[in-house]
Design a protein around this ligand. Structure first.
Ligand SMILES: [Zn+2]
Length: 326
């Protein structure tokens, strides 16, 4: 005679087996890896911490984060901390002595040997759909492998276009660059005590919220594995951030956020650098980083990867870029 418990087990089996079979079918399909990278130009992490930024805070709190990331390694003792080298390092995964875009003023340019990570993604899988929407046209000088490669007239236009692409198309990797925080810094000062700078961060936070909402509203979101990365190309001091001010900690220090199922929740131990952004995006998309590429970046904040180290392989003790080449 069946006990009460065995009847429950039988009932559970009858109900759950078809349910599991259905779920199992869905689980067979590995979620599609996707990356959204939001670049906030000139955002100091101490100002971000002071601003009312619920959307960025939610991404940081729910994911991996560092508020002590660096835009240059210690060994580079003399370099421009301007936007060209900053974005190029972040998007290529290599430092200026390798990619060649060492300053904006004298326009020594990108050598192409360390391409935008979209280029490496396209080599890995040409079918990946890549989208770059930027508000500072200079970034296009180093952008390769972008299916959508557009300059938007201002942050609001960039956000609207980004939302349109996320809603109506099927992008795999999206980079959206927002510039208003940098603009407020140059106009009034890069300073957490200045209301104008804080206001620009708070407005940018609202834009970030809208972009993230567009990702989550995608009809296929449940079958997708989004990694949302947010970082900045430099901080600032006074009303600037370059011209040999590379020793200023407030300029060199930025934040790094990685949010999504692949992110290891919590503050990232070790040292994150902006070159880790490209490496993290590539790793999430399934690209095995080839040592022959000699990238300086490593995956940061991802489950299953080691803590990013302060020193990266084969680093010389010190590198002089600007003074030596004047
Ligand atoms: Zn910048």
């Amino acid at each position: 005679m069946r006990t009460f418990a065995s009847w429950i087990n039988l009932l559970a089996a009858i109900v759950l087996i078809p349910l599991c079979a259905t779920r199992g079918h869905a689980a067979d399909a590995t979620p599609t890896k996707k990356v959204l990278l939001i670049g906030i130009d000139g955002c100091r992490p101490d100002a971000l911490a002071k601003a009312k930024a619920p959307n960025l805070n939610a991404l940081a709190d729910g994911g991996a984060s560092s508020f002590t990331a660096q835009i240059l390694p210690l060994r580079i003792v003399d370099a421009e901390t301007s936007s060209g080298p900053g974005w190029t390092s972040m998007l290529s995964g290599a430092w200026p002595d390798k990619h060649g875009w060492i300053d904006d003023v004298r326009r020594r340019r990108f050598n192409g040997q360390y391409p935008h990570f979209f280029g490496r993604l396209k080599t890995f899988n040409p079918k990946l759909n890549t989208v770059s929407i930027i508000t500072w046209p200079e970034i296009q000088r180093m952008t390769t492998g972008a299916d959508v490669n557009e300059v938007a007239k201002g942050d609001n236009a960039a956000v609207e276009r980004g939302i349109e692409v996320l809603t109506k198309q099927n992008p795999d990797v999206v980079f959206i660059h927002l510039d208003d925080v940098d603009g407020a810094g140059h106009a009034k000062g890069f300073n957490p005590e200045l209301p104008e700078y804080i206001k620009a961060i708070e407005e940018t936070d609202a834009r970030v919220g809208r972009i993230v909402e567009a990702v989550k509203k995608r009809p296929t979101y449940a079958q997708e594995d989004w990694l949302i990365l947010v970082s900045s190309d430099h901080g600032g001091w006074g009303t600037g951030h370059n011209s040999h001010r590379n020793v200023v900690p407030e300029i060199r220090k930025v934040f790094f956020i990685a949010n999504g199922p692949a992110a290891e929740k919590g503050t990232i131990a070790g040292q994150v650098y902006t070159v880790d952004v490209a490496a993290t995006a590539l790793a999430h998309m399934g690209v095995k980083l080839d040592p022959a590429w000699k990238l300086d970046g490593v995956p940061a904040g991802l489950k299953g990867f080691p803590t990013p180290a302060v020193s990266r392989p084969n680093e010389p003790a010190a590198t002089v870029l600007i003074r030596a080449k004047k």
